[in-house]
Design a protein. Structure first.
Length: 274
């Protein structure tokens, strides 16, 4: 791992040399342990196995839900530093709900692909490069989970922040504002990029760090292809609605997850019928 600091015992406190996760307290079946709020910035050398002190400038990715305790914790962690910008991987509430309040706490703009979630004049788009001191963070457009989904490439650590495009555990739901064809293209793009740049970690929006980007992305792509085959088979067996498909394809999955599964099945049916 080229010496990257990646504790895998849990999301909170995990990260790489220049990325640290501060976990939001919003666990659920959809958010896993909670939303990962990523603090990105240069660090002074620290003790072995521990992060060094943050530099003067930082970026914050996905401040999380509107939770005063969490936002205060993140702001407190950054005391004495300048937050150059607050960045959103996408606009879903569990990632963006606290952005405006957090912006008020730290005096920073909120940058996002969707203008509805910005505070300030600058947005975000594929190919943009943000800086905090000498550190660079490159924006990668990855629509699919949602129409406005972005990932971020952190070359200094060979790490990709994936938002909800790739989770640390389980698979991603295609939300109503997403599109499966876009998502499959985004997975292929990330897979090709990870191989090209020699990525060594995926830093997801939920769940633990993934230290094998190629393996994780290959698994995601294969899973989507298998699901499409299963849905084709379910339709051949007479399933006509998303719910009927779920009852066949997800028969062995906890029923509490069926509403999320039905959301993804609708997207997959639209893809197959497109």
């Amino acid at each position: 791992m080229s010496g990257l600091r990646i504790p895998l015992e849990g999301p909170d406190g995990a990260g790489t040399d220049h990325a640290l996760n501060l976990l939001a307290p919003n666990p659920s079946e959809m958010t896993l342990e909670g939303t990962n709020t990523w603090v990105i910035g240069p660090r002074e050398p620290g003790e072995p196995g521990k992060p060094g002190e943050l530099g003067e400038q930082v970026l914050v990715v996905d401040p999380g839900p509107d939770d005063d305790e969490h936002l205060a914790r993140v702001a407190g962690h950054l005391e004495g530093r300048r937050v150059v910008a607050i960045l959103l991987t996408h606009g879903h509430h569990d990632h963006s709900g606290g952005a405006a309040k957090f912006a008020g706490l730290v005096g920073a703009p909120v940058r996002a692909l969707d203008p509805a979630h910005r505070l300030g004049e600058e947005g975000l788009g594929d190919g943009d490069v943000l800086t905090a001191g000498e550190l660079e963070l490159h924006v990668v457009g990855t629509p699919g989970h949602s129409f406005d989904s972005l990932c971020f490439w952190l070359p200094m650590d060979r790490a990709i922040l994936t938002g909800d495009t790739v989770l640390g555990r389980g698979t991603t739901v295609i939300a109503p504002d997403g599109d499966l064809a876009d998502y499959l293209r985004s997975l292929d793009l990330l897979r090709a990029r990870a191989e090209r740049v020699g990525a060594e970690a995926l830093l997801p929006g939920h769940g633990p760090v993934l230290p094998d980007p190629i393996g994780a992305l290959d698994g995601y792509i294969a899973h989507r292809r298998r699901r499409l085959d299963q849905i084709r088979e379910a339709r051949r067996r007479g399933a006509a609605t998303a719910r009927e498909v779920v009852e066949i394809v997800y028969a062995d999955v906890d029923r509490s997850l069926w509403p999320a599964a039905e959301m993804s099945v609708r997207a997959q049916l639209a893809y197959l019928d497109g």
